[in-house]
Design a binder for this molecule. Structure first.
Ligand code: SAM
Length: 264
């Protein structure tokens, strides 16, 4: 557990947290899985604007990958949206992205975007780490089942149900897409406050990164990125630059922000 003091939480937050804890602990005890669940591809993308189709075609040509060939339309488009952010950040920050690295993604949910990471990094190994991997969906499938389907066609890719605070595996590159840096989004995701521990998670990132390795954090907004910036800075990682995704492929309430950090 973290040595950092926990922030003060209201009674309502604690009650919500207690409720979420029951479900979270039940899913951890049950470890439910019905096996790999493969969402069906239709081979196409639907309901995109002309501009979105054009950008998708650009990305497919640059990265030689058509996500809709293996994934259903929504998941395929999600992968283009994540790839779009990475691609634009790469150009804006003049980010030299080495291939053949050990890449780890923390807080991967059902790892629906694994294909985008695999395509962009062409890693020697890709691992998604998710603490709430046994969460059940209405159809009786767990996140783990979906994640296994999402990584089925990807080379050298794993999905691990684990608390990243105790995850001890070095990597050249670590990503965190929309991690919880304030408690309210964590409660909105129906998780207990005992999991709100950004300092410990980021300290583990700094420990797991090899010297010269890179950490990319993607936040929902500039305001959230500012909060995150102070937390990451406290780990000793050095900021390499920040990219604001002003014109995302998929409309968002606020532009996402990608910040690169280096282990020196
Ligand atoms: C806001 S969600 C983002 C999910 C995903 N990265 C995406 O872009 O869709 C944050 C995720 O982090 C996971 N998480 C929170 N604390 C964690 C921890 N200590 N270790 C691993 N995963 C964690 C949550 O369960 C949740 O799935």
């Amino acid at each position: 557990m973290s040595s950092h003091p926990q922030p003060h939480f209201s009674l309502t937050d604690r009650l919500r947290s207690g409720y979420h804890r029951v479900w979270y602990e039940a899913s951890q005890a049950l470890r439910w899985s019905r096996g790999t669940f493969r969402e069906q591809s239709t081979g196409t993308l639907t309901q995109l604007t002309n501009a979105q189709f054009r950008r998708v075609d650009d990305l497919a040509a640059i990265y030689h990958r058509r996500f809709e060939a293996n994934l259903p339309p929504e998941t395929a488009f999600l992968n283009y949206a994540y790839l779009d952010l990475l691609d634009r950040a790469k150009h804006a920050l003049k980010w030299a992205v080495p291939t053949g690295q050990h890449v780890c993604d923390l807080g991967s949910a059902n790892f629906a975007y694994a294909a985008a990471l695999s395509t962009f990094f062409q890693p020697i190994r890709l691992v998604g780490v998710e603490v709430d991997g046994y969460r059940l969906y209405c159809n009786g499938r767990s996140r783990l089942d979906y994640a296994r389907g999402h990584i089925q066609d990807l080379p050298r890719t794993d999905y691990v149900v684990a608390d990243y605070r105790q995850f001890n595996q070095s990597a050249h590159f670590i990503s965190a897409w929309f991690p919880f840096v304030t408690p309210q989004p964590l409660l909105a995701w129906r998780l207990p406050l005992s999991l709100f521990d950004p300092n410990a998670i980021l300290a583990r990132v700094a420990n797991n990164l090899i010297v010269g390795g890179t950490f990319a954090m993607i936040n929902h907004s500039l305001a959230e990125a500012r909060v995150a910036h102070h937390l990451v800075e406290a780990t000793g990682l050095v900021c390499q630059g920040c990219y604001i995704h002003e014109h995302p492929l998929r409309p968002r309430p606020q532009p996402a922000v990608l910040t690169l950090w280096q282990q020196s």
